[in-house]
Write a protein that binds this ligand. Structure first.
Ligand SMILES: [Zn+2]
Ligand SMILES: [Zn+2]
Length: 255
């Protein structure tokens, strides 16, 4: 098994080239202004007569004052509807036992931001990254996933905003996307895990798409009845949970 430090150095070196190319392709350094919006997950670069928009995923942040790193998936304050995509990095870290990728918050030096950005880029499809340093000397790292054509920006803003408005507040996980499960699913006993479609944490969801799952018994009943009806829905008693809780239960059941 590769040591974490070897893996990190290799990944950083590869990413450096990609990132330089990204900045060059879009001539990012020529822009004089930028702003970003948590609700829409869009970052906009501006200069006279030109505007450039990208969709992004927040990776995490490094605080220069406390010298700590905080992963986005562990940041309860963050309202992004796509922040849990970064849990794919955690999953990878669990497989290889890299604690930098599995701990949500830890002490680190100033190199950690680009290091973890490189690794995230390696695991999640994207075109580049961007770092912002805010007024509190907090470095915020974005994974840039897509360039958005100017004539699609307003529409995408609306779509992403309505997704953000739908976020629920989970006691355990903070702001999260919603999901639905039958009353029998839990993290204590295995009940089976049937889904309306195959899912992966942080996956892209259309506005009208919701993660939903139910137990084996509900599935048997549903098959017998040829689909959901009032009666078997009474048994299932579908309830609302957060996306993070949903995948916790899924993983428990698949063990
Ligand atoms: Zn059930
Ligand atoms: Zn939760």
């Amino acid at each position: 098994m590769e040591q974490y430090s070897d893996f990190a150095i290799k990944t950083c070196n590869e990413f450096k080239k990609v990132q330089e190319k990204f900045v060059e392709t879009y001539d990012l350094n020529s822009y004089t202004e930028y702003f970003y919006d948590e609700e829409t997950s869009l970052i906009t670069f501006k200069k006279p007569q030109a505007e450039l928009n990208f969709e992004y995923i927040p990776i995490g942040s490094y605080s220069n004052s406390t010298r700590t790193w905080l992963w986005s998936w562990n940041n309860k304050e963050l309202v992004h509807n796509n922040k849990l995509k970064t849990l794919l990095v955690k999953k990878f870290g669990e497989k290889y036992k890299y604690s930098e990728l599995t701990e949500g918050y830890f002490d680190a030096d100033e190199f950690i931001g680009w290091e973890l950005t490189s690794i995230t880029f390696d695991l999640i499809e994207a075109i580049g990254s961007y770092r912002i340093v805010n007024e509190h000397n907090l470095e915020i790292y974005f994974l840039i996933t897509d360039k958005i054509e100017n004539n699609f920006v307003e529409e995408l803003k609306k779509i992403n905003k309505s997704k953000t408005e739908k976020l629920i507040e989970c006691e355990k996980h903070g702001k999260s996307r919603n999901a639905f499960i039958c009353q029998h699913l839990n993290e204590k006993e295995k009940t089976g895990f049937e889904e309306s479609f195959e899912s992966e944490i942080g996956m892209y969801l259309e506005e009208d798409e919701d993660l939903s799952a139910w137990c084996n018994k509900c599935e048997e009943r549903r098959n017998k009845d040829d689909g959901w009806n009032d009666e078997n829905m009474q048994i299932a008693k579908i309830k609302l949970v957060c996306e993070n809780c949903y995948f916790g239960i899924k993983e428990f059941n698949k063990k």
